[in-house]
Ligand binder design. Structure first.
Ligand code: KIV
Length: 267
């Protein structure tokens, strides 16, 4: 395994040779060190911290300063893994605000890629950000920041029109310059089709095994939310001797295509 830092170009090369990308969320330096040592390729300082760290029921209360703080903690712990950080709720409500917010995540938080939720309405913002040299990870499908608009954490893209909109937005994001795409809670067949269509790597969560990589919320895959973890997640800690072993087993399961399995795959 190469010890060179992982960049968006590394991930594109992994996609080209069919090597799956292992990604986990992370919110602090100690876990970042552990994830990195276990071979995680991409560490996401996700706004899921609002739920699993801050104890809120949604990600909406998370503010930009929280994201910059946690991204900076992660940046101090990780080694070669690529650091992606989330723009929180409304931090990209206008292109100007998005540029300012992304600047803080990169300059204060040490993020190398900035992730934002949203489809068609965000395409111009992505174009503006990438034009300024900000690497972007787009996020389509279930958009947790839109939970109140959607009316709950629901699977997306099940009917023809919704699937078509996600397909269209994915291509538009790539054309606007995004380097990565996260697809959350969409049918496996749709995620596979988009993965084959796009040149940029697609990381799935609740989107089946046909994506170029997988991401899970760290605390879910460590079984810290018994009874509340989503059905597409897996407790990798049970049966392992340590957290490091659990993370290594996740990386192996993603790389070999063993995770997600049939029961963890939405249709
Ligand atoms: O914030 C987060 O953890 C995320 C993942 C669920 C992809 O966006």
């Amino acid at each position: 395994m190469s010890l060179a830092p992982i960049s968006v170009a590394t991930l594109a090369a992994m996609k080209a040779r069919g090597e799956r990308i292992a990604c986990l969320t992370c919110y602090d330096a100690s876990f970042a060190r552990l994830l990195d040592a276990a071979g995680v390729d991409v560490i996401l300082a996700g706004d899921s911290l609002g739920m699993v760290v801050q104890g809120h029921t949604t990600t909406i209360p998370v503010r930009l300063e929280h994201m910059a703080y946690h991204a900076a903690c992660v940046a101090r712990g990780r080694g070669r893994a690529l650091l992606v950080a989330d723009l929180p709720f409304l931090a990209c409500a206008t292109a100007e605000r998005a540029i300012e917010s992304a600047g803080r995540l990169m300059q204060e938080g040490g993020a190398e890629v900035v992730k934002l939720e949203g489809g068609a309405p965000m395409v111009e913002t992505v174009r503006r950000l990438t034009g300024q040299g900000v690497p972007i990870c787009a996020h389509l499908g279930l958009l947790p920041q839109s939970v109140h608009r959607i009316g709950g954490y629901r699977f997306q893209g099940r009917d023809h029109a919704a699937a078509e909109a996600i397909r269209h937005d994915a291509i538009a994001m790539q054309e606007a310059g995004a380097s990565l795409l996260v697809l959350e809670c969409v049918p496996a067949a749709l995620a596979s089709e988009i993965t084959l269509t796009l040149e940029i790597p697609v990381i799935g969560i609740g989107a089946g095994s046909g994506c170029d990589g997988q991401v899970l919320v760290l605390y879910d895959m460590l079984g810290l939310n018994p009874g509340r973890a989503p059905s597409f997640s897996r407790d990798f800690l049970t049966g392992q001797a340590s957290i490091a072993d659990a993370v290594a087993s996740y990386v192996k399961a993603v790389k070999t295509g063993e995770f997600p399995g049939r029961d963890e795959t939405p249709h």
